[in-house]
Design a protein around this ligand. Structure first.
Ligand code: G3H
Ligand code: 13P
Ligand code: ZN
Length: 304
């Protein structure tokens, strides 16, 4: 099954796929374990720095092993590839899909870099995601600078010029644990305009962790110092998955928090324990529970 076919089904049947970041066997097995139990397709995403951390050969073989281990459809995806070469490396490593992130470049340069990756990737039967607009940090006053959001007319031109398979858009989300000061502001109105211009293009929402208050509170109670942590409310994620054309929702920070909470909790309750398998098992359980909840209750991913 190809990712583009699942996206087509997601557009038609109003759900999205979770794209969960991983960087080691524990995170990889937790995400795939959750998807397998639900029998729901999932995207497992590797950033350039995660690929380096995992190691090219180790990751290549982990992907081969995972393809033999799980029967649920899963897609290995390069997250925020910055260069053509990074995309080629991911394809050599056995990925199904790559993101070329030219969002920091001027429009025409983003178009030509994306087009170059699309031509190469498609000739290898690999899907491509690109990004238009900028995801800004909480320090930037996004609401007063419309230029940061994806321009719907530009999005149409971008799709026509590049032939890219899916498009990441900027509608007010950002990466990390500090996304908003005060109320979360997500511009669903801009999403509506974009999907009018490109109704058949699967859209992608980055920076979509919800940073559950419960996890923040527990981390802080156990010695953490997270300040002003705030994410995207889950009802907004459900709305853009089921009533709009968002087909892929990226989650990294929530998994980092789940891991951190589980390890802090375990070590606090078992101060004499030194076997990492004990607390890493707890981290895996916490990650798996989080992924299960996201897939089933938030993204409403269809079971196969
Ligand atoms: O969008 C970025 C992802 O959260 C990956 O971050 O480069 O620290 O692995 P990373
Ligand atoms: P979060 O930091 O909100 O988890 O975003 C992850 C992401 O967009 C990965 O590409
Ligand atoms: Zn991202």
């Amino acid at each position: 099954m190809k990712l583009t076919e699942v996206y087509k089904d997601a557009l038609k049947n109003h759900y999205s796929l979770g794209a969960f970041n991983f960087y080691n066997l524990e995170s990889m097995k937790s995400i795939l374990g959750a998807a397998e139990k639900l029998n729901s397709p999932v995207i497992i995403a590797v950033s350039e720095s995660a690929l380096k951390y995992f190691g090219f050969e180790y990751l290549k073989n982990a992907i081969i092993s995972a393809r033999k281990t799980y029967s649920v459809p899963f897609f290995v995806h390069l997250d925020h590839g910055k260069t053509f070469d990074a995309c080629v490396t991911a394809i050599d490593c056995g990925f199904d899909s790559v993101m070329i992130d030219g969002s920091a470049l001027p429009f025409e340069e983003n178009v030509s870099l994306t087009k170059k990756v699309v031509d190469f990737a498609h000739s290898h039967n690999i899907q491509v995601e690109a990004e238009l607009g900028k995801l800004k940090g909480v320090e930037d006053d996004v609401s007063s600078n419309e230029a940061l959001f994806t321009d719907p007319k530009e999005a149409k031109l971008f799709i026509e010029k590049t032939g890219v398979d899916s498009l990441a858009i900027a509608i007010g989300t950002s990466h990390g644990v500090n996304k908003f000061v005060g109320e979360a502001k997500i511009r669903v109105d801009i999403l509506t305009q974009i999907e009018k211009e490109i109704p058949n293009t699967p859209l992608v929402l980055h920076g979509a962790s919800s940073i559950p208050q419960k996890l923040t509170d527990e981390i802080n109670a156990l010695g953490g110092t997270l300040k002003n942590a705030k994410g995207v409310p889950e009802d907004v994620l459900e709305e853009v998955s089921t009533k709009h054309n968002i087909c892929k929702i990226n989650v990294d920070s929530d998994l980092r928090m789940a891991t951190t909470v589980a390890i802090r909790r375990y070590l606090s309750n078992n101060p004499a324990e030194v076997d990492p398998r004990k607390y890493l098992t707890e981290a895996m359980k916490e990650m798996e529970a989080l992924v299960t909840h996201k897939i089933k209750d938030v993204m409403k991913t269809k079971s196969m």
